[in-house]
Design a protein around this ligand. Structure first.
Ligand code: FAD
Length: 443
C-alpha cells in the first residue's frame, strides 16, 4: 500500500510511526509544509517565558532521524495544494525548490490541524507587532520581537488556555500584561464560580484583566488598542489568542463533506465522506463523549489517539474512535485549572438535567505541611452518571480530574467515586481522597 499523510506534527507523526510498526512494507509519505515535524506545540509558550531553556528540546524528532528510524519518506517544506479524489493523488509544492508535482495514494490521512482565528480588525494591516502562536516560526518571531524591541507592555486578546499560558510566560519575563476577554470569565471549559479563583490569581500577579470586552481596533501602528467599551490600552506588542479554526481548505476544495464550523466530518472509523480518505486531529468534528453532539475539541490527546487508531483501521484492525471527553489542564501561575466532560454551562445550553456539587477538600492531609484547598465541582445526571468535573487549586488538581475522567470513560455514576481505592500517604492525599469525598457527597 502507499499511504500519504498531510501534516507532520501531533496526529500526522503519530499515524506515520504506528503505520510503520504495523506494516514493514507499506510506502508511507508524510508531507509537512513547514520546516519542522513532530514538534511540541504545547511547549511553545514555555520557551517564550524561558522555563524551557533549549529551543532544541521542543523539536522531538528531526526529518532525517525520524525518516531513518521508521523508514518513512518525510518531505518537509512540502505543501499539499490539492487533493484529487478522482485520480487518488495529491498535488504538492516544494517551497525550497518551487517544484510542483503529483503523488498518488492508496489511502490518504489529513492531519492539517487548525489555524489561529484572526478576524478583520481595523488597523491590523498597519501593525507589525501583532502575533499569534501556532508553531516554531511564530514562537521565534515572538521571542525575537520581545528581545529586539525590549517589550515592556503587552496585550493578550483571549483568555483561553493559550492566552493564559502566554500571559504567565510574559509576566515571567517582567512584561506588564493586559489580558482582554470577551466573555465574563477566562478558561471557557470551567464554570464561572471556579473561574473567579483564576481571576483573583491573575490580579495578584499584576495583570490588568479586562472581562466582557473585546478588541475593536488597533491604532498608532498597533501601539494602542481600542476596546469595544471605549477603553484604550497601550502595548508594545499584542498576542491574538481568540481561538482556532479547523484547517480544512484542502478537504473543502476536494468536495469532502464538512461539519461544524468548517471542520472535516468523519465517522467513528475516522473516514471522511470520500473512500480511502481519512482525517484526524484539530481539523475534524468529533462527537462529544458525554452528550453525543458534534463538537470541536482541538487538543493533543485526541489528535494522538486518532493518529494511532487511523493507522490501526487502515491495517484492518477493528477499532473505533469513541468520542472526545475534552479532558484538559492548564497552569495559571501557582494554580492548576483542570476539567473533563461537560461544564454546567454546556449542560444548561443543551437542556440536559443535572445535579452539581462543590467541595473544597485539602490537597493532602491537613497535618502534613503544604496542604492547600482544591475547589472541586462534580456534575452528574439524574441517573447518577457523571457528566463532568472541574477543579482549581495549587496541588493535586490534575490527578483528581484524571481519576474522574477515567471513571467517566467506564460509565461510572457519581456515588461510585466513593468506592475507588486511591493511593494515600500524608504528603499526597487523605485516607478519604477528595475524589472519594465527591462520591460520598453525591450519594
Ligand atoms: P498540528 O499538530 O497542528 O499539525 C498540523 C500540521 O499540518 C502543521 O504542522 C501544518 O503546517 C501542517 N499542514 C497544514 N496544512 C498543510 C498542507 N496543506 N500541506 C502540508 N502540511 C500542512 N493541546 C493540549 O492538549 N494541551 C496543551 O497544553 C496544548 N498546548 C498548546 C499550546 C499551543 C501554543 C498550541 C499552538 C497548541 C496547544 N495544544 C495543546 C493543542 C495541540 O497542539 C493540538 O491539538 C495538536 O497539535 C493537534 O494535532 P494535529 O495533528 O491536528 O495538528
Amino acid at each position: 500500500k502507499k499511504i500519504v499523510i498531510i501534516g507532520g506534527v501531533a496526529g500526522g507523526a503519530t499515524a506515520a510511526t504506528r503505520l510503520r510498526r504495523l506494516n514493514e512494507k507499506d510506502d508511507i509519505i508524510l508531507f509537512e509544509k513547514g520546516e519542522y515535524i513532530s514538534f511540541a506545540n504545547c511547549g511553545l509558550p514555555y520557551h517564550v517565558g524561558g522555563t524551557i531553556k533549549n529551543r532544541e528540546d521542543l523539536l522531538l524528532q528531526t526529518v532525517d532521524g525520524m525518516s531513518e528510524q521508521y523508514g518513512l519518506d518525510i518531505r518537509n517544506f512540502s505543501e499539499v495544494t490539492a487533493i484529487n479524489p478522482d485520480k487518488k493523488s495529491v498535488s504538492v509544492k516544494n517551497h525550497q525548490t518551487n517544484e510542483t508535482y503529483e503523488e498518488t495514494f492508496d489511502q490518504l490521512i489529513i492531519s492539517t490541524g487548525a489555524k489561529a482565528i484572526v478576524p478583520p480588525i481595523d488597523g491590523l494591516d498597519e501593525a507589525d507587532n501583532v502575533f499569534s502562536l501556532r508553531n516554531i516560526p511564530d514562537m521565534d518571531n515572538i521571542k525575537k520581537y520581545i528581545a529586539d524591541k525590549q517589550v515592556k507592555e503587552a496585550a493578550i486578546i483571549g483568555g483561553g488556555f493559550i492566552g493564559l499560558e502566554m500571559m504567565e510566560n510574559l509576566v515571567e519575563l517582567g512584561i506588564h500584561v493586559h489580558l482582554v476577554e470577551m466573555s465574563d470569565q477566562v478558561m471557557p471549559n470551567i464554570d464561572f464560580e471556579l473561574a473567579q479563583i483564576l481571576h483573583a490569581q491573575i490580579d495578584l500577579h499584576g495583570v490588568d484583566l479586562t472581562l466582557s470586552d473585546g478588541l475593536k481596533a488597533f491604532q498608532q501602528q498597533g501601539k494602542k488598542l481600542l476596546l469595544n467599551s471605549g477603553k484604550t490600552i497601550s502595548a508594545d506588542m499584542t498576542i491574538l489568542s481568540i481561538g482556532v479554526a479547523p484547517e480544512s481548505t484542502l478537504a473543502k476544495e476536494a468536495g469532502i463533506e464538512l461539519g461544524l464550523r468548517g471542520s472535516i466530518k468523519v465517522n467513528d472509523k475516522l473516514e471522511t465522506s470520500i473512500p480511502d480518505i481519512y482525517a484526524i486531529g484539530d481539523a475534524i468534528e468529533v462527537t462529544d463523549f458525554v452528550n453525543g453532539q458534534p463538537t470541536l475539541i482541538p487538543l493533543a490527546w485526541p489528535a494522538n489517539r486518532q493518529g494511532r487508531l487511523v493507522a490501526d483501521i487502515i491495517n484492518g484492525i477493528d477499532a473505533v474512535y469513541q468520542g472526545t471527553q475534552g479532558t484538559s489542564a492548564a497552569k495559571i501561575f501557582e494554580l492548576t485549572a483542570a476539567s473533563t466532560g461537560n461544564s454546567e454551562k454546556t449542560l444548561k445550553r443543551l437542556g440536559i438535567p443535572y445535579h452539581s456539587i462543590h467541595i473544597h477538600p485539602n490537597s493532602h492531609a491537613g497535618y502534613y505541611p503544604g496542604a492547600s484547598p482544591i475547589a472541586l465541582k462534580l456534575l452528574f445526571g439524574t441517573d447518577g452518571k457523571i457528566l463532568g468535573a472541574q477543579g482549581v487549586g495549587t496541588e493535586g488538581v490534575d490527578k483528581r480530574i484524571d481519576v474522574i475522567s477515567t471513571a467517566m470513560k467506564f460509565g461510572a455514576a457519581a456515588p461510585d467515586l466513593a468506592a475507588v481505592e486511591l493511593a494515600y500517604a500524608p504528603p499526597y492525599s487523605s485516607a478519604k481522597d477528595p475524589v472519594n469525598m465527591l462520591g460520598y457527597t453525591a450519594d
